[in-house]
Design a protein around this ligand. Structure first.
Ligand code: NAD
Length: 491
């Protein structure tokens, strides 16, 4: 496990020498320390990335040449999958099979963007027909520059891959700041970058607190683009900081995603997808199914089965075989979630299941799968992101009522609908004001398809070709090819 920052191809101690403890959320034991970078370390990292972009080989390579590095990174992630997944579990708490799945997705993401980099070599420019035959025009795509990437703790290495893979594929250089709550696998990505011979300065990793290591990236004049995933509150600060130099800013923020279940749905399937939507990764998922709307006539049946099944979920250390719900990432988040449940009670909600620390687990930041019902549409728990294994359930009258309730949110990241009537499901899917919509399922995520939110859930899209565009500038090159003079001033 690394104890240093990765800057300009070297492992270096932070200039002020600070460290932050790494706590295993299942045991509350400190098992490592990560370096705590400050503004001066960030400055060194940004200058290294700037040099690598302005003077280095990386942005000048062909897509195919860059793709070889990305594929080598993917191969190394697969080689080290077991080690990386275990490290992720100890750092973040998620059940081991989920962390293994994440590592497959990380490797898949690097392979996918290697493919897009290669494709770009085949389509280096696009001819644009103009209305005036005296001119010829083509459009070329170029790497955007130095990227400041700031990531959260819920999918530590996967959220890094969603940014670093397309940025590198596009020819950008990167200064990466993972969450202080889960940085270990990101530092291992630095080891992998070194092992694959990635040129110095192309990927730099600075760990530390948001205020000390994140903010200086957002304010640094030599950074061209900010790619941020995290909370709305921090996203707002990132956008404000980026405004100073008119940086290119993309934001992936929070959500309060609805799942509309019509009475004609298969109840068992509905219950399973709701559970997958809210209890996977302890509900610490930006797109989590945190608001469930059930058609009145099916409400009691679905709720009863949901309560019954949620009580059977095996809770424990993510490294223990059979665990389906691990601990919450930190003491702070754990206490915030319990406070949110308490607030729900005060607002008149009923705790239909869970709501507390599970019996028999005296250590670790565990919370039972929790189901809240009976809250009003104005209740805080119905409106705000709790970011834990807490689902709010309400009945709806008809399709129009469901759409109104689903869209009555400042967020618009994801939404889901379940019905055997596919035409109705499609109609509702189109009526949702959200960037990701699932029909008859919730949460499956694919590297090929765009990911991002409407409203306060973000700006821009990650994944797929949209995620690649995020790191490219678009340049028009227009030529005057007529032999005739222009004839405006000189006739
Ligand atoms: P957070 O906003 O607290 O932190 C995110 C990152 O920002 C961390 O690395 C943190 O150190 C850094 N940071 C904090 N203050 C900063 C500042 N002033 N300047 C620059 N960087 C700063 O978020 P979190 O608690 O790590 O993650 C949870 C949030 O992320 C949830 O709201 C969740 O919905 C969201 N999220 C969104 C997506 C998505 O794709 N839309 C994916 C995962 C998580």
């Amino acid at each position: 496990m690394q104890t240093r920052l990765f800057i300009d191809g070297e492992w270096v101690a932070p200039l002020l020498g600070g460290t932050l403890p790494v706590v295993d959320p299942a045991t509350e034991a400190v098992f490592h320390h990560i370096p705590a970078a400050s503004a001066d370390d960030v400055d060194l990292a940004v200058r290294a990335a700037r040099r690598a972009f302005d003077e280095g080989t990386w942005p000048r390579m062909t897509g195919g040449q860059r793709a070889r590095f990305l594929r080598a990174i993917a191969d190394k992630v697969r080689e080290k999958k077991d080690f990386l997944a275990r490290l992720e579990v100890r750092d973040n708490g998620k059940p081991f099979p989920e962390a293994s799945w994440d590592m497959d997705d990380v490797a898949g993401c690097f392979d996918f963007y290697a493919g897009l980099a290669e494709e770009q070599d085949n389509n280096p420019e696009e001819a644009i027909p103009l209305g005036d035959a005296r001119f010829d025009c083509k459009v070329v795509k170029e790497p955007l520059g130095v990227v400041g990437a700031i990531t959260p703790w819920n999918y530590p290495l996967l959220m890094v891959a969603w940014k670093v893979a397309p940025a590198l594929a596009a020819g950008c250089t990167v200064v990466l700041k993972p969450s202080e709550l889960a940085s270990l696998t990101t530092l291992e990505l630095g080891v992998i970058a070194e092992e694959t011979g990635l040129p110095a300065g192309v990927l730099n990793i600075v760990t530390g607190l948001g205020s000390d290591a994140g903010q200086p990236i957002t304010e640094h004049p030599l950074v061209d683009k900010l790619a941020f995933t995290g909370s709305v509150a921090t996203g707002r600060k990132v956008m404000i900081a980026g405004a100073q130099d008119i940086k290119n800013v993309s934001l992936e923020l929070g959500g309060k995603s609805p799942f509309v279940v019509f009475a004609d749905s298969d109840i068992e399937k509905a219950v399973e997808w709701i559970m997958f939507g809210i209890f996977w990764n302890q509900g610490q998922v930006c797109s989590a199914t945190s608001r469930v709307l059930i058609e009145e006539s099916a409400y009691d049946r679905v709720l009863a089965r949901l309560v019954e099944e949620s009580r059977k979920i095996r809770i424990g250390n993510g490294l223990d075989e059979g665990t389906l719900l691990g601990p919450i990432i930190s003491r702070g988040q754990h206490d915030k979630i319990l406070a949110a449940i308490e607030r729900g009670r005060e607002e008149g909600a009923t705790v239909a299941a869970g709501g507390r620390r599970p019996d028999g687990l005296s250590h670790g930041y565990f919370i039972e799968p929790t189901i809240l019902t009976g809250m009003g549409e104005d209740a805080w728990v119905w409106k705000e992101e709790i970011f834990g294994p807490v689902v709010c359930v309400k009945p709806f009258r008809d399709e129009a009522d469901a759409i109104r309730m689903a869209n009555d949110s400042k967020y618009g990241l994801a939404a889901a609908v379940m019905s055997k009537d596919r035409a109705r499901a499609e109609r509702v899917a189109r009526a949702f004001r959200a960037g990701i919509v699932w029909i008859n399922c919730s949460q499956p995520t694919f590297t090929d398809a765009p990911w991002g939110g409407y409203k306060q859930s973000g700006v821009g899209r990650e994944l797929g070709r949209w995620g690649f565009e995020n790191y490219l500038e678009t340049k028009q090159i227009t030529g005057f090819s007529s032999d005739e003079p222009w004839g405006w001033y000189i006739k």
